[in-house]
Design a protein around this ligand. Structure first.
Ligand code: SF4
Length: 1019
């Protein structure tokens, strides 16, 4: 890196920009007069003065002002004397939001859009224009508006906003300008200073009047290179295109580095800084290139910005722990504030937060964490040596448990302290300023700062929240308050700066090109971005603006439809004022949407000048440009290691054309992945598909333990998922986070209903077993409501709506149950309920028992089965029916194909199990029917019972257990099986997994180990 050249505008280029020349002329002509340079902004003004210095022109008595700083200098003393406070844009926006909330209803003109932040900002901009033009709410002419409701609403909102300003003793920017103009009208200036307007930049009518009046007749507009003089510069431009915006900036940086250009001799001017700013920021950060940003960088790119957004989401979503977990896991918090000596790492802390299974809620958060800490402490206390452990192993395990306990305590302290700074709700509402105070305390006290940008963002965020704290009391729901502050954080930019030595600079072409740097890159010259659409202001259409101008003859309101033409002129003016080398580029491909993008008309104009072909069209341009810059480049121009590898891999000379092999040799994990994928892609069943070499203990026919119907059905549905879950014991992360509109999970709801149905028949013992709707409905309802209340205490619902929805579902299921039971019980008598056997944690009262049942498979083979039968009905003294309650839909069970291959085997197995249990209890009996009962809303009370076929069941079980004995766990060939699987992320695409599984099953001779699964899943 070098410092900027002393000779400005490139060593070869002697000609100064006309603006600098004319400023130099004035300084030479009137060296001792006081001169005030009025620039579009102070940043631009300082750049002009620096350029003047570098041109070798001596100057004295020259100072820089902007229109805003001039207005403040005039109106400021009176504002201070009256004790008024100047509002920031964020504060003014908050008042406008409040004015809209008070004024607009859902049926009014702007009502439907009232909650959208975009509307508030649009209204703010329009009000600024109206107020700058001296138009008060009462002035708005109704005749200028097509819909009378619109003008009435604008008047009302504007009046409420102005009343809030007055009440709070606030002034906003238009008011400062208005007061300054008024003061100058009343007391005209007779100053000696010469005011110099830095070119013909855009001024509103009020600003123009301020400039005219403050100069007291001594105003000179400096000459500049106007848009008409852009051609000589543009004709020297270099042109390129790139595959997407990121590659456009990558190519730019490659050129800078390849040519050894000093960073501080380069200015990047974008048509769309909102898109290019983040890309330039990320790439320059990644590659350690120092850079200044004219518009600053979004605060949300920094740790404090991201942490503040997470904190606001946490507050807004009723302390949803998953939101907090994300900011903890992201390393956004400074945990030394909680544990100064030995803070836990972010990942262990996030894990404890997840394992505390909080879910949501202020009280729940603290209770769950207390419970979790007690659980961790008990783990430490109760640690005993395991059979395979020696003392050293035990000590290591206890130490590890102790660390987890310490982390859990730290997390509890963190959450306790965060909750202590959270705003107190009064009813369902909270003061906006209280939420701002909380957010400010959070940023100041908990957020990690790791660099200048973080420090600046932290201070800017505290400033922003501090400003919002000073606003009048506004009460609103917490979620809404959090959304408003979130929107303010998203709009916050930090570290806006002018070009500095040693740094690249990114700016907007409308306010750029004044730095005097020798290399200017114009980026984003595609037709979508430039010159922009002529979309009108939705709050005040051009037609309405014309009507207002014609009626009131105020200082003119600008038309928005003319923006594209103005942007073209602004771009040409910028090209005209820069010196040195120019490069113009556009992204020709939209990488996100995978579609082509076309160059802007201005880009074609530049091409015509560069090529000297004034009649050239877009196809000439397309033929003449080089191939778009992309992710691949020459190795010598690579920005980083990834680009270097990519460039080498495509080079046939590299590694004898075996570039991919070289990459894999350099990265062994890639090699492993490649090997695995190659085997999965083949039609041979391999270790990478789920074939293990040591399946000892997995086959229930020879193992000591028992198995269950759900395990067998899991194996039948997809052996690979069984392998992940039951053999490797992989668990998907359990998120306590939940949809706020849903109270209980499907499993919890099923448990609740099972308990209701059990109590209906079995509790208290001796209730009538033949159901009658008229007699029993009220009792059933009472049981259901009691169970709902029990669950409500255990797991408080997120909202009343969530509770009501589930209550309704439960009552519908109960009503269906009683209605269907009335008919069903005409033929049978309900006999036993929740009959557990083996490992079941349910009742093991007779005919159940603590011992598993031994299910014979023929040829002397058998296996041990544990389980729980929901319900046994007596048809006759030795004939029984077995029923399983299902709370979902019946389509899965009723479809004979879905039961294929053992996916539905519980009915058959429970029928055999009951017969064994009855015999064991000395009262032999037959099961004549076994099936499923669907009382839930989606099951509509259906019953489904397939014919019992013992030989077929044995054949299916033998095939499944043969797979276990062989250690073969293929993926399912039926992609529908994946729809209820938790391991979708492991397998990627269900279609791909199914296609590969089919290919392996079809390879009969290559994969004999899959024969049992082939029998169960014929193609
Ligand atoms: S996603 Fe599909 S293939 Fe993969 S484990 Fe689950 S069910 Fe099997």
């Amino acid at each position: 890196m070098s410092t900027q050249s002393v000779l400005p505008f490139g060593a070869e280029e002697k000609k100064l920009p006309r603006l600098i020349e004319s400023l130099a002329e004035v300084c030479r002509e009137l060296p001792l007069d006081e001169k005030v340079l009025i620039a579009p902004s102070r940043f631009v003004g300082h750049q002009l003065i620096e350029a003047l210095v570098r041109s070798g022109t001596p100057w004295i008595h020259l100072r820089v002002e902007s229109v805003r700083s001039l207005a403040h200098s005039v109106a400021g003393p009176a504002i201070a004397e009256e004790g008024l406070t100047l509002l920031s844009r964020a504060q003014a926006l908050a008042l406008i939001e409040q004015a809209c909330a008070e004024t607009l209803t859902s049926t009014s003109y702007f009502g439907e859009l009232a909650s959208r932040p975009g509307l508030h900002r649009a209204i703010q901009n329009t009000f600024d224009e109206l107020r700058s033009a001296g138009i008060s709410p009462t002035d708005l002419p109704e005749a200028a508006f097509g819909d009378p409701r619109k003008v009435l609403e604008l008047k009302k909102v504007l009046a409420v906003y102005e009343a809030a300003l007055e009440r709070g003793k606030f002034v906003d920017r238009p008011e400062v300008l208005r007061r300054a103009v008024k003061a100058l009208r009343e007391s005209p200036r007779t100053l000696d200073s010469l005011h110099l307007l830095a070119g013909r930049f855009e001024l509103s009518a009020a600003e123009r009047e301020l400039v005219d009046r403050i100069s007291g007749g001594r105003l000179r507009t400096l000459d500049e290179d106007g848009p008409q003089s852009w051609a000589p510069n543009a004709s020297r431009a270099g042109l390129f295109r790139a595959l997407g915006e990121e590659n456009e900036i990558r190519e730019l940086l490659r050129r800078v580095l390849a040519e050894g250009l000093p960073f501080d001799d380069i200015e990047i001017l974008a048509t769309d800084p909102a898109t290019y700013g983040p890309i330039v920021y990320e790439l320059t950060q990644e590659h350690g290139v120092p850079c200044t940003f004219g518009d600053g960088i979004p605060a949300t790119f920094t740790r404090p910005g991201q942490a503040a957004l997470g904190f606001l989401r946490w507050l807004g979503r009723d302390f949803e722990s998953e939101e907090l977990r994300e900011i903890v896991a992201g390393g956004l918090l400074d945990l030394t504030r909680i544990c100064p000596g030995d803070p836990p790492g972010p990942i262990p802390a996030a894990r404890e937060l997840r394992e505390a299974r909080i879910g949501w809620g202020r009280e729940r958060s603290l209770e769950s964490l207390d419970r979790h800490v007690a659980h961790r402490a008990a783990e430490v206390e109760s640690a005993r040596p395991r059979s395979e452990e020696d003392e050293e192993d035990l000590a290591a395990r206890v130490e590890w448990l102790g660390e987890r306990l310490a982390t859990a305590k730290a997390v509890r302290d963190l959450v306790r302290r965060l909750i202590s700074i959270a705003p107190e709700e009064d009813g369902a509402e909270v003061e906006l300023r209280a939420v701002a105070r909380s957010a400010s305390a959070f940023v100041a006290g908990f957020v990690r700062i790791a660099g200048d940008a973080d420090a600046m963002a932290s201070s800017a965020l505290q400033g922003l929240f501090g400003e919002l704290e000073t606003l009048p009391v506004t009460r609103l729901p917490v979620a809404q308050a959090a959304t408003r502050l979130t929107d303010a954080v998203r709009s916050l930019h930090v570290a806006a700066d002018r070009p500095r030595p040693g740094r690249l600079h990114l700016g907007d072409y409308r306010s750029g090109g004044y730095s005097g740097r020798s290399h200017t890159f114009f980026v984003g010259l595609d037709s979508r971005r430039h010159p922009g659409s002529g979309l009108q202001d939705p709050v005040l259409l051009d037609e309405e603006r014309r009507g207002i101008n014609a009626t009131l003859h105020p200082q003119e309101l600008a038309m928005r439809g003319g923006r594209p033409a103005e942007n073209v002129l602004a771009w040409k003016s910028c090209v005209a004022r820069v010196r040195g080398e120019i490069t113009v580029s556009y992204p020709c491909w939209n990488l996100l949407e995978a579609r082509e993008q076309f160059p802007a008309a201005s880009y074609l104009d530049a091409f015509r000048l560069v090529s000297g072909r004034s009649g050239a069209d877009y196809s000439d341009l397309d033929c003449s440009l080089d191939a778009p810059a992309g992710f691949l480049t020459e190795p010598s121009r690579a920005l980083d290691e990834t680009e270097w590898w990519l460039s080498r891999v495509q080079d046939p000379a590299f590694s004898g054309g075996r570039g991919a092999q070289a990459v894999r040799a350099a990265y062994p994990w890639l090699e492993d992945g490649f090997t695995a994928e190659t085997h999965r892609e083949s039609d041979l069943f391999t270790a990478w598909d789920g074939w293990i070499s040591d399946p000892a203990g997995l086959d229930p026919r020879t193992s000591d333990g028992s198995t269950s119907c759900s395990r067998i059905q899991e194996l039948a549905r997809c052996p690979y998922s069984y392998f992940l879950k039951r053999v490797l014991r992989i668990k998907p992360p359990e998120d306590a986070a939940a949809d706020p509109t849903v109270w209980l999970s499907a499993l919890q709801k099923g448990n609740l209903l099972h308990e209701v149905f059990r109590r209906f028949y079995a509790d208290p013992a001796g209730v009538p077993l033949r159901t009658g709707f008229d007699r029993d409905w009220e009792r059933m309802k009472e049981i259901a409501l009691e169970e709902l209340a029990t669950w409500k205490t255990k797991i408080p619902p997120r909202s009343k709506a969530a509770f009501d929805a589930l209550r309704e579902d439960v009552l519908v299921a109960c009503r269906t149950f009683v209605l269907r039971e009335e008919a069903h019980c005409r033929d049978v008598t309900p006999k036993w309920f929740e009959v557990g056997f083996g490992r079941s944690r349910e009742s093991t009262d007779p005919p159940g028992g603590p011992e598993p049942v031994q299910i014979p498979l023929g040829l002397g083979e058998r296996f041990r089965l544990s389980g729980r039968i929901d319900r046994v009905d007596e048809e006759s003294p030795d004939a029984y029916q077995v029923w399983d309650y299902k709370t979902g839909s019946s389509w899965d069970t009723a479809d004979p194909k879905r039961g294929r291959g053992g996916r539905r085997i519980q009915d058959a197995l429970y029928a055999q199990a009951l017969e064994i249990l009855l015999a064991r209890n000395g009262r032999p009996g037959r099961v004549v029917k076994s099936g499923y009962f669907y009382p839930g809303r989606r099951g509509e009370g259906e019953r489904y019972a397939a014919p019992l076929d013992v030989p077929a069941t044995r054949q299916t079980l033998t095939a499944l257990f043969d797979l276990l004995r062989a250690g073969a766990f293929p993926h399912t060939p039926t992609k529908e099986d994946c729809s209820i699987c938790d391991f979708g992320k492991v397998c990627g695409s269900p279609e791909l997994a199914a296609d590969r599984a089919k290919a392996k099953l079809e390879n009969v001779s290559g994969n004999p180990v899959l024969e049992p699964y082939r029998i169960l899943n014929p193609s």
